[in-house]
Ligand binder design. Structure first.
Ligand SMILES: C[S@@+](CC[C@H](N)C(=O)[O-])C[C@H]1O[C@@H](n2cnc3c(N)ncnc32)[C@H](O)[C@@H]1O
Length: 278
C-alpha cells in the first residue's frame, strides 16, 4: 500500500495542495473503510487518486470531503446543494440582531433551503420558533433533512415546492421570511471561479436575476408576511439597489448589511402596517 508521504513526494505540491491532499487522504480512508463492507471493495490508492484528479479538475474540496463548515457547525454537502458560503453568515448575524430583544415565538419561512444551513442555524439559535423551509429540489431536501437530524432540530418542517407555483404554501403567513435565492445572471458567469460550475445551476442562476426577489416580495405582500413582519434576503452587491427599489412601496426600515469584504450582502425590510379603512 502506497503511503501519503510517498504520494506527496512524487507529486509537485504547494503548501495548499499538500493540506488538501491530507484531507482527501482521510476521506479516501473513510470511503475505503466503507467500501470494504460492499462486494466490490476498492483500493485505498484508487479512491485517493480519483479524489486528487477531481480536485485538479476544480471540484470543490467540500464536495470531495462531503462536508462544509457554516457558523461553526459542520454540514453534510453533496453536488445537489450549494456549498454554504461564509458570506451567508451575514444573514444569520443580521437576523440575530433583529430579534435580539424579541423573545416571542416567531414563525419563519425560508425559500430555497439547499443544505439547510440557514434554517438549521436559526433553529439552533431560536429553538422556540416554528420554521417552514422549502426547496424545488428533492435531492437538496434529502441533504437538508439529514443535516437537521445531525443538529437535533425539531422545529423545522421541510416542503418540496416551486416558488412560482401559486398554490404552493397557500393560506400560510409568517413573521419572518428569509431567502438566499439564485441570483447570478448570464453576463456575470465569466467572472465566476471554476468551482462554481460543479455546483447545481438551479441554485445559482436566475434569468432575469431579480425574478426570485420580485416573486417573494409579491407573495409576501399578498399574505405570506404578517404586518410588521421582516423580509431578509441575501443578495449580490450588483443587485442590492434594485431590490431596495422593489421593497420601497410596501416596506419600511430598509437596511443593508455588508460582509467581511465590505460588500453589500444582505438587505432586510419591515412590512408596513396596513392603514385602517376610514
Ligand atoms: C442559492 S441556493 C441557497 C441554498 C442555501 N439556502 C444557502 O444559503 O446555502 C438557492 C436554492 O433555491 C432552490 N430553488 C431554485 N429554484 C427554486 C424554486 N423555483 N422554488 C423553490 N426553490 C428553488 C435551489 O434548489 C437552491 O437550493
Amino acid at each position: 500500500m502506497r503511503s501519503l508521504r510517498y504520494i506527496l513526494r512524487r507529486r509537485k505540491t504547494d503548501e495548499f495542495s499538500t493540506y488538501a491532499y491530507r484531507w482527501l487522504y482521510s476521506r479516501a480512508q473513510y470511503l475505503h473503510h466503507r467500501s470494504q463492507s460492499h462486494i466490490i471493495s476498492k483500493s485505498l490508492f484508487g479512491i485517493f487518486r480519483s479524489l486528487v484528479e477531481q480536485y485538479h479538475r476544480h471540484v470543490p474540496i467540500e464536495y470531495l470531503c462531503g462536508s462544509a463548515m457554516f457558523c461553526n457547525r459542520l454540514f453534510i454537502v453533496n453536488r445537489h446543494v450549494l456549498i454554504p458560503r461564509r458570506d451567508s453568515e451575514t444573514l444569520i448575524h443580521h437576523v440575530q440582531e433583529l430579534y435580539r430583544h424579541n423573545h416571542d415565538v416567531q414563525s419563519m419561512l425560508e425559500i430555497g433551503t439547499g443544505s439547510g444551513c440557514l434554517s438549521i442555524t436559526l433553529s439552533r439559535l431560536f429553538p422556540h420558533w416554528k420554521i417552514d423551509t422549502c426547496d424545488i429540489s428533492s435531492s437538496a431536501l434529502r441533504v437538508a433533512r439529514n443535516n437537521a437530524y445531525l443538529h437535533h432540530c425539531h422545529n423545522i418542517q421541510f416542503h418540496r415546492g416551486n416558488l412560482f407555483d401559486t398554490r404552493f404554501l397557500e393560506n400560510t403567513s409568517y413573521n419572518l421570511i428569509i431567502s438566499n435565492p439564485p441570483y447570478i445572471s448570464q453576463d456575470q458567469v465569466s467572472a465566476c471561479n471554476y468551482g462554481i460550475f460543479h455546483e447545481p445551476s438551479i441554485a445559482l442562476f436566475a434569468n432575469p436575476p431579480l425574478k426570485f426577489y420580485a416573486e417573494i416580495i409579491r407573495r409576501a405582500i399578498n399574505g405570506w408576511l404578517k404586518d410588521q413582519g421582516y423580509l431578509v434576503f441575501e443578495c449580490s452587491p450588483f443587485n442590492v439597489m434594485s431590490i431596495r427599489e422593489l421593497l420601497k412601496p410596501d416596506f419600511e426600515q430598509i437596511e443593508i448589511r455588508y460582509d467581511e469584504n465590505h460588500l453589500a450582502r444582505v438587505i432586510s425590510a419591515k412590512r408596513k402596517q396596513k392603514q385602517p379603512l376610514l
